[in-house]
Design a protein around this ligand. Structure first.
Ligand code: GDP
Length: 458
């Protein structure tokens, strides 16, 4: 039976240097032959050998879409064991989409999430446990995320939750037994004792919840906004940060207005800089007004970097910006430290109790300290990172929150001196919610469940 030929964008849907559109299946070669043209328009890809690379262009009919490199890989020596073609194109989101649309127009269908790996599995190329571990590797965006995924594999979360559940079920059993057999088991003073235990258990769940946010930050990056008055040096800072890691940084040339994010890798941590369009476009005065930006984004961001020109006095605008900042999640950069300093850390501290760092975007000084400070703020330094337990799945996080809410209700019942069977209802709810996290209900179609978790194009 002929199987569908599938296609997807295999790289991230963010602007980057190179994008890859991947095609797999029996028609992969005929499709590429229809849309590929070599510079002299003479090459026939159907006649080329396997595992070769071809320079040329992708055309949709007469319209040239992009200049590309095409990788031909014939079955069975491919990831999916099917004929596979990879089109290395320019990494703009629009271009990648346009090429994918063309591939689909000429006979492929869009791949489902994880379908390439599913085929690799079904065609005997990899086993299920390999397929599973691919999930985490794909989803780990940087080295820290990779570490936390490995930690999860070790089952640290599982052990933690099992222990918490063990404690809860113990209390439920105690209450039930006491209600059954009041002569031998007393509930005198039990409420107070239970309160203490619940405080302890809630603390443990809260810790898991907090680490869930760290987990998101590790995997997805720290949502960061840079604010400050015009000429403080925001764009210069951006350029320095971008220069730290040119390979990973995305280039937002051209129609920058549509793009609200730029990802930077700073010493292994991803920063998603929000609204760099405004920062980068130095001629647009309106966009450069720091106050309105701060208002709009400071609330949404995990981190606000507030840039001050330290060679000038603070003024009303600075005070207004500082009003908006969340001290715990802001870093003040005293830029232009190469000039005579007028505004100092001391001056800033009078108004705002946030971390203050001296930098010179011009001379590239202070950047390491910025990096260290961010690590400290979000990961309590690098060292403890391995030991942290991360819950990253949204569903798991919801369950943790539900469990916590149920435990609050138990506390409330104790305070209101409700009968003890009220406690056990809410304790049971908490127990069940925690059970969901460690997967008591297992999906029938395990294979589909696992593969649907994959990213598109893998
Ligand atoms: P923005 O308006 O906040 O984006 O500020 P810019 O990055 O455009 O910088 C405004 C001016 O300050 C430019 O002329 C920069 O060259 C200059 N500038 C930025 N950073 C420094 C620095 O660290 N030292 C000195 N001396 N000048 C700087």
């Amino acid at each position: 039976m002929k199987t569908d030929t599938i296609a997807a964008i295999a790289t991230a849907m963010t602007p980057s240097g190179i994008g890859i559109v991947r095609i797999s299946g029996e028609d992969a070669l005929t499709i590429i032959q229809k849309i590929y043209r070599s510079p002299k328009n003479k090459k026939n890809l159907l006649e080329c050998s396997s595992h070769t690379i071809h320079y040329g262009y992708i055309y949709d009919g007469d319209e040239m879409i992009d200049e590309v490199m095409v990788l031909l890989m014939k079955a069975p020596n491919t990831y999916t064991r099917e004929d596979t073609v990879e089109i290395d194109c320019h990494g703009g989101v629009f271009v990648m989409k346009r090429i994918l649309e063309t591939v689909i127009k000429y006979g492929a269908r869009p791949a489902e999430p994880g379908e390439f790996t599913k085929r690799a599995f079904l065609n005997g190329r990899i086993d299920l446990s390999q397929a599973e571990s691919v999930i985490d590797v794909i989803q780990s965006k940087n080295e820290f995320a990779l570490k936390s995924s490995l930690n999860q594999l070790k089952g640290a979360v599982l052990q933690n939750i099992k222990a918490i559940r063990g404690n809860i079920i113990h209390e439920i059993a105690y209450i039930e037994s006491a209600l059954d057999d009041p002569e031998h088991i007393s509930l005198d003073g039990y409420g107070e004792a239970l309160k203490e235990k619940i405080t302890d258990i809630s603390g443990q769940i809260q810790k898991l919840l907090d680490s869930a946010d760290n987990g998101r930050i590790l995997k997805e990056g720290i949502n960061t906004v840079i604010v400050g008055k015009p000429n403080a040096g925001k764009s210069s800072l951006m350029n320095v940060l971008v220069g730290e890691d040119r390979a990973i940084v995305t280039d937002i040339a051209g129609t920058t207005r549509d793009i609200l994010e730029e990802q930077i890798n700073l010493g292994g941590i991803s920063l998603n800089i929000i609204d760099t369009a405004g920062i980068r476009n130095t001629s647009d005065v309106v966009e450069k007004i720091g106050v309105s930006k701060a208002k709009e984004y400071a609330a949404k961001a995990d981190l606000t970097i507030y840039v001050i020109d330290s060679s000038t006095e603070l003024d009303e605008n600075d005070f207004e910006i500082m009003e908006l900042l969340d001290e715990q999640h802001s870093i003040v950069l005293l830029n232009k430290s190469d000039l005579t300093s007028v505004t100092t850390e001391e001056t800033v501290k009078k108004h705002l109790n946030a971390k203050v760092i001296s930098i010179s975007a011009k001379n590239h000084t202070g950047i390491q300290e910025l990096e260290d400070t961010i690590k400290e703020m979000f990961f309590h330094g690098e060292v403890s990172l391995n030991d942290e337990v991360y819950i990253t799945n949204v569903r798991q996080k919801t369950s943790l929150q539900e469990a916590l809410d149920s435990l609050h209700l138990v506390m409330q019942s104790i305070e209101d001196e409700m009968p003890e069977d009220f406690y056990s209802i809410d304790l049971m709810n908490a127990y069940e919610e925690l059970g969901k996290i460690i997967g008591e209900a297992v999906e029938d179609d395990l294979v589909n469940e696992i593969f649907s978790k994959f990213c598109m194009g893998k």
